[in-house]
Write a protein that binds this ligand. Structure first.
Ligand SMILES: Nc1ncnc2c1ncn2[C@@H]1O[C@H](COP(=O)(O)OP(=O)(O)OP(=O)(O)O)[C@@H](O)[C@H]1O
Length: 605
């Protein structure tokens, strides 16, 4: 329950709406309570007329007034219900917005490590479910809790004033019913959890499959993907059977208990009316009150049920919110590190320096061991090493995506661990192996670093990336929609848009993960020309996949098993007998075996 209160507390701006909804609920309950008395009074007037205790004309006048009062009460109730319902809808929409935005904000700031283990579709599915359940509960609670409370208390007090045993019997119904509901619900939740796990896994896979449809088709996996999906959902049917059997059995038990108690209540009211203890009007009032008492009983059981779901939902929600944010992890790592005083950032300080950097994704499994190298200002440095040797990991650390285990990375003399992550990343532009574009227009993608960039800057970036020509040929030019992840563009076009995006960012440090997918020679030349243009005047770290690229850099850092093997110019390393010279030899050999070995170094040719 504390987690529900936490939700209410972090949306204090909704308090006036809550208050409005609660007030309308109180008013609704009070108006509803007037009805039995109006109908009871009318019944007594009619009985009096029939018994000859008053004239028919008097009775007609009285019941006309009572009918008018009834209409007024119902009209007022309708107005109150409508206004309360409107506030409820607005509150639910605002609550959903708040909860979703809070969640997204947190996800956007979680460390990269979180996303290495989570599956996108599951994150989304869990979020939707948690938020739906929380919002539904809060809306129901605001709309019904006070009505239920007032109706219950009023029914008990009023029936008590007529005859106290009625109130006692009624009062017993509530705790019995609630207890049975809570018992039903807690077991029901366990099954619900199992179903949700199946649905989350199926939805996670669904999202992945939809995003990678060409692969699914290429490998003819439609049927197996569908079978896996069906199987997961099929399991939910089995779980639902057990869950529903239990629920309905318990519900029947609850209803039977309720039916018995109400039968006794009705019997008592009838007998006492027959004995002359209650007038017919009193009987009508009491029967209506008994009827009114049913509603809060059912509502309360729904409330208990939805509260339990909401508690479960909020547990998932808060589990994500309690994950440490990237900046906090970063700050903690900075405090834990023994940080020597920052070197003065003079012109001779290299743009990037790795000092004895060790790193492990999982504890005890070191991926990088004692990495040491520097990138001078304006220098181009290529990382070369076998696949899985840690090249991408080095670029990840440079962007501050993971904290180093030990050692230190400096950007323009400043320790990455001690720098604001936003400032650090503002100094680095990255072109990844995959272009990673978003649905939307060409313009939006190029201007991703600065959505307010002028058309002229966007065009200039595109020109530098050799993209202006093909973009201009699109029917909508820079407003052309490129489809999800840029799927409506060719591979080379996507890459040039990604380069243009980095050009527009205009950062002094550049990370370049060369695309391995072989483009046709013309596209490749254009992409290469775009990259060459991009590197001018910047300090670049290149994860190279072509020997031609490696040959054109200022210095090469070769990696073997997470350690630096050599650092030197292409000319030096070509004859040193290390990895690079071996790669050159392999290329010269040109045999099938040689090409296979080159592949292990991620070298395309
Ligand atoms: N997010 C991650 N979580 C756990 N381990 C990882 C993660 N990313 C990479 N690794 C592991 O770290 C090691 C280095 O991977 P990395 O991607 O840095 O290699 P690479 O040299 O870039 O390889 P390639 O040239 O094939 O892209 C590999 O053993 C890999 O399995």
């Amino acid at each position: 329950m504390t987690s529900l209160l936490r939700i209410l507390r972090f949306a204090p701006e909704l308090n006036p709406l809550y208050l409005g909804i609660a007030l309308s609920a109180v008013l609704r309950a009070m108006l509803a309570l007037a009805t039995p008395f109006l109908i009871g009074a009318a019944t007594d007037r009619i009985v009096d007329a029939i018994a000859g205790r008053s004239t028919v004309a008097e009775a007609v006048t009285a019941v006309t007034w009572l009918a008018a009062a009834f209409l007024a009460v119902e009209l007022a109730a309708t107005a109150v219900v409508s206004v309360g319902g409107y506030w409820g809808d607005v509150m639910a929409a605002r609550m959903r917005t708040l909860l979703s935005a809070r969640y997204f904000d947190h996800l956007l700031h979680l460390p990269q490590g979180y996303f290495d283990t989570e599956i996108t579709g599951r994150i989304t599915n869990r979020l939707n479910r948690s938020i739906t359940e929380l919002t539904q509960f809060l809306n129901f609670f605001a709309n019904n809790a006070f009505t239920m409370l007032i109706t219950t208390v009023a029914v008990l007090v009023i029936s008590g004033t007529y005859w106290w045993p009625l109130a006692v019997l009624l009062a017993v119904v509530f705790p019995v019913y609630m207890w049975l509901t809570a018992k039903t619900s807690s077991r029901w939740q366990v099954w619900e959890g199992e179903k949700n796990t199946e649905i989350d896994i199926a939805s996670g896979r669904f999202t992945e499959v939809v995003a990678q449809m060409p692969v699914v088709r290429a490998y003819n996996r439609q049927d197996t993907e569908l079978a896996g999906f069906r199987e997961r959902f099929g399991r939910t049917i089995g779980i639902t059977r057990a869950q529903s059997r239990w629920w309905h059995a318990m519900d029947a038990a609850r209803r039977v208990a309720l039916n018995i108690i109400f039968a006794v209540l009705y019997l008592l009211v009838f007998v006492r009316t027959a004995q002359g203890e209650f007038s017919v009007g009193d009987m009508v009032i009491l029967l209506q009150l008994m009827n009114m008492a049913r509603e809060p009983i059912f509502s309360m059981s729904y409330l208990v049920d939805s509260a339990q779901r909401a508690v479960a939902g909020s547990r998932d929600y808060f589990a994500v919110l309690s994950e440490e944010r990237e900046e906090d992890l970063h700050a903690r790592a900075a405090r834990a590190a023994v940080v020597p005083a920052d070197a003065p950032a003079g012109d001779d300080v290299p743009a990037v320096r790795f000092r004895d950097v060790h790193f492990a994704y999982a504890e005890g499994e070191e991926v990088l061991s004692g990495i040491d190298f520097a990138i001078g200002r304006g220098e181009k440095v290529a990382l070369v090493g076998e696949s899985g040797g840690g090249k991408s990991t080095i670029t990840n650390l440079l962007m501050g995506l993971y904290p180093v285990t030990s050692g230190r990375i400096e950007v323009f003399g400043q320790d990455v661990a001690a720098q604001d992550l936003g400032e650090l990343r503002a100094r680095i532009a990255a072109v990844f192996q995959e272009p990673h574009l978003f649905s939307g227009t060409v313009r939006e993608n190029i201007a991703y670093a600065d959505p307010d960039a002028s058309d002229e800057r966007v065009r200039a970036a595109a020109r530098a990336a050799y993209a202006d020509r093909f973009v201009s040929e699109f029917p909508d030019g820079y407003d052309q929609l490129i489809g999800e992840r840029g799927l409506r563009l060719s591979g080379g076009q996507r890459q040039r848009i990604a380069v243009a995006r980095a050009v527009l960012k205009d950062a002094p440090v550049l990370i370049l993960d060369e695309a391995t997918s072989s483009l046709d020679t013309k596209s490749e030349r254009l992409v290469q020309a775009a990259l060459d243009e991009l590197m001018v005047g910047r300090s670049s770290l290149i994860v190279a996949h072509r020997l031609s690229t490696i040959a054109s850099v200022d210095r090469i850092v070769t990696l073997r098993k997470g350690r630096v093997q050599e650092v030197g110019t292409p000319a030096e390393l070509a004859v040193s007998g290390g990895i690079y010279s071996q790669l050159l030899e392999l290329q010269q050999a040109g045999t099938k075996q040689a090409r296979k070995l080159l592949k292990e170094y991620g070298i395309a040719g």
